[in-house]
Design a protein around this ligand. Structure first.
Ligand SMILES: Nc1ncnc2c1ncn2[C@@H]1O[C@H](COP(=O)(O)OP(=O)(O)OP(=O)(O)O)[C@@H](O)[C@H]1O
Ligand SMILES: O=C(O)C1=C[C@@H](O)[C@@H](O)[C@H](O)C1
Ligand SMILES: [Mg+2]
Length: 417
């Protein structure tokens, strides 16, 4: 192997795609499941340069002939370069996190920063905060041991202007997990999360709902790779790659969820949109029918709307964890509080609008003739509006709607989104 990534489990990694786009070299994901595998790999030194991920960032240090002081102080090396048989260790996660904060104008000088989690990434984040002049860096952990405070203690004090999650809380498959009530921090200015799967962790969703700027770890991941690649090839760092690659990955792996009135065209538009963007099409109604083992009208008739809504919420929860999908929802999906925010974890929600006169009135349990559809539209419009990131009109040709939906999707990648 010339270039690549070593770690115990690498199925999730975007590093191959990122490095191959930046450097033009081939990049191998080399899983080394045990510590003995990692040690054998390091002893053989049969590589040009590698990144190192969990759980070997500390293990590699004694194998290095030279470790940059910053990586030594942090106690973690994520970039290992073999120059004429000598191993040089660097920490580009530091640069990646510094990039993420800088890119979004998050300044640590004079601030109290709360770091969630006492694991490996915590030291990297703390080093950046301190080097950038943070007044206090406080680490939160469940136990509160080893110089940390507990989440409850942090909430009780209410102090903190910047919160950084450096723990795996809320990371796939534990989507939705969050240990902190952000409402307890009146001076909060920004929230950053090193987690990038989902794009919006529960922590980031809560911050957004309070109107606090919130940034996910995907740009950190791409930036650390750009810095690592410069080390690999002894080149100057070219940060112009970061935005483009971040955008490409987001565009590729984001979901797009479609909501709107019964029969407004969610499934029709959804199928065409999925085809146009190379995404997987998922019809929530189909998922529900598979789980319930009966057609939707039968669920309503035999078990009632409440039972249907439970099936629907479960289907939303599961589907929203996955990536690269167009998800066509049922018309009433927004009636269950919480569904829209689940859908927003991994991409935007688009509200498909169609004049009520054009909506079909047959075959849908809750569409019963023009008058009730008008009433339903009046009731649901505020929910569709608040549950969506953008509205797309499906008034004319399907191809026009798909074009507008792609445009609305692309606009969600503008800075700050
Ligand atoms: N732009 C369009 N031009 C012509 N017909 C359309 C257009 N969009 C949707 N339709 C038609 O409207 C009907 C309802 O569309 P569709 O089943 O996709 O709606 P839906 O929102 O998925 O409905 P539901 O809420 O029941 O899931 C279909 O007959 C579809 O062909
Ligand atoms: O998941 C990944 O691909 C990586 C994660 C981080 O540990 C990085 O430090 C590493 O370079 C690559
Ligand atoms: Mg449909």
């Amino acid at each position: 192997m010339e270039y690549g990534l070593i770690g115990a489990k690498l199925g999730h990694s975007y590093s191959r795609q990122i490095h191959e786009e930046i450097g033009g070299y081939s990049y191998e994901l080399k899983e080394l499941p045990t510590r003995a595998d990692a040690e054998a790999f390091l002893e053989a030194r049969d590589f040009k340069a590698v990144n190192v991920t969990i759980p070997y960032k500390k293990l590699v240090i004694p194998y290095c002939d030279e470790v940059e002081p910053r990586a030594a102080a942090i106690g973690a090396v994520n970039t290992l370069v073999n120059r004429d048989g000598k191993l040089y260790g660097y920490n580009t996660d530091y640069d990646g996190f510094a990039y993420l904060a800088r890119r979004h104008g998050v300044r640590f000088r004079g601030k109290t920063v709360l770091i969630l989690g006492s694991g490996g990434t915590r030291n990297t984040v703390a080093a950046v905060c301190r080097d950038r002049g943070a007044e206090r860096v406080v680490t939160l952990s469940r136990s509160g041991a080893d110089g940390c405070i507990t989440y409850e203690q942090a909430e009780a004090s209410g102090e903190g202007q910047i919160i950084v999650n450096a723990s795996p809380a809320g990371m796939y498959p534990n989507n939705g997990e969050c240990l902190l009530d952000l409402k307890k921090f009146p001076d909060l200015e920004a929230v950053l999360d090193v987690v990038y799967n989902p794009f919006r962790t529960e922590l980031l969703l809560r911050a957004e709902e309070l109107g606090i700027p919130a940034y996910c770890g995907m740009e950190m991941l791409v930036a650390q790779a750009v810095y690592a690649s410069a080390r690999f090839l002894d080149r100057k760092v070219d940060l112009s790659h970061v935005e483009r690659i971040h955008r490409d990955i987001r565009r590729q792996v984001s979901n797009i969820s479609l909501i709107g009135m019964p029969g407004c065209g969610k499934s029709t538009v959804g199928r065409a949109l999925a085809r146009a963007l190379g995404k997987t099409y998922v019809d929530l109604d189909d998922v529900i029918e598979q789980v319930a083992k009966m057609p939707i009208p039968d669920i309503f008739a035999q078990r009632g709307e409440d039972v249907f809504r439970k099936y629907e919420a479960d289907a939303v929860r599961e589907c929203a964890k996955n990536h690269g999908q167009v998800i066509a929802c049922g018309g009433g999906v927004i009636k269950t509080p919480g569904n829209a925010r689940l859908l927003r974890q991994n991409g935007p929600v688009l509200w498909i609008r169609r004049p009520v006169e054009k909506l079909p009135t047959t075959g849908r349990p809750l569409s019963m003739g023009g008058h009730s559809l008008k009433k339903m539209e009046a009731e649901r419009t505020p929910l569709y509006r608040s549950g969506s990131d953008a509205a797309v009109d499906n008034f004319g040709r399907l191809s026009d709607t798909v074009r507008d939906a792609v445009e609305a999707f692309d606009q969600t990648f503008d800075p700050g989104n």
